[in-house]
Design a protein around this ligand. Structure first.
Ligand code: ATP
Ligand code: MG
Length: 237
């Protein structure tokens, strides 16, 4: 049987409960065989703030994934040269997995609305099922309008309302995940203010951040979630 593999790419600076819970829910809802976290080595969308080293972000992911039987990490974006473009990563992953493997690439609604700015974004829909996940402040309205305008007018809404189908591209799913008001931006801010991050990140991550003295100095904060949200609303998207 071909395998079904979930993917979550991100900066993971640091990984938090929001990432882990959405992966767990996708695993269950989409009947995935495994779920892979892919930290970006050189994120194309976050050039203007300091990002912790790949090693520290990787180490925290490793601690967070722990001994979960279906969670894995991939350092593929570390091994690829240049910026971490998702379309390049997905092409590489297809070379790595046996033919017929189905990829499910999760993307939060905050990032989804900007998908049409990603490098060769239309190709993503021919490489993997995109799984849109909910985040606070980003209602999942009008996904179909976005898909038809930005990707292809041939997308149609399935009867159950959470799947968008296309005659030649992979389906796009809208996951009914638990919406958790947690972001790495908020974690970094809390640490910089000397406040608690307990229960927002796994315990081992909290200890790692303390031990390595990460995020103690607040860095210039774009993209701040508040700002992202405002920009989104301003665009009327
Ligand atoms: P930052 O605040 O630095 O942008 P982040 O919390 O958004 O960090 P990323 O590493 O940017 O984390 O996100 C990786 C992916 O995980 C993105 O697709 C993002 O939308 C998704 N994601 C992040 N936090 C959550 C959450 N709480 N619930 C669902 N998806 C999330
Ligand atoms: Mg983000």
């Amino acid at each position: 049987m071909p395998k079904r593999i979930g993917l979550l790419g991100g900066t993971f600076d640091p990984i938090h409960i929001g990432h882990l819970r959405v992966a767990e829910e996708a695993l269950e809802a989409l009947k995935l065989d495994s779920f892979v976290f892919i930290p970006a080595a050189a994120p194309p969308h976050k050039p203007d703030r300091r990002i912790e080293s790949f090693e520290d972000r990787w180490r925290m992911l490793d601690l967070a994934v722990g001994d979960h039987p279906h969670f894995e990490l991939s350092d593929i974006e570390r091994r690829l040269p240049g910026k971490s473009y998702t379309v390049v990563t997905l092409r590489e992953l297809h070379k790595h997995y046996p033919p017929g493997t189905e990829l499910f690439f999760l993307v939060g609604l905050d990032a989804f609305w900007e998908l049409d700015t990603w490098y060769r974004f239309k190709e993503l829909f021919g490489l993997a099922s995109i799984v849109v996940v909910r985040r606070p402040g980003y209602p999942p309205d009008d996904l179909i309008r976005f898909l038809r305008r930005a990707v292809s007018p041939l997308f149609s809404l399935d009867t159950d309302g959470d799947v968008f189908r296309h005659p030649s591209l992979y389906p796009v799913y809208c996951l009914r995940n638990t919406v958790l008001e947690i972001s790495s931006t908020r974690i970094r801010k809390l640490v910089a203010e000397g406040r608690s991050i307990r229960y927002l990140v796994p315990h081992e991550i909290m200890r790692y951040i303390t031990r390595k003295n990460l995020y103690r100095i607040e860095t210039a904060s774009k993209p701040d979630n508040e700002r992202e949200r405002k920009t989104h609303a301003e665009r009327g998207a």
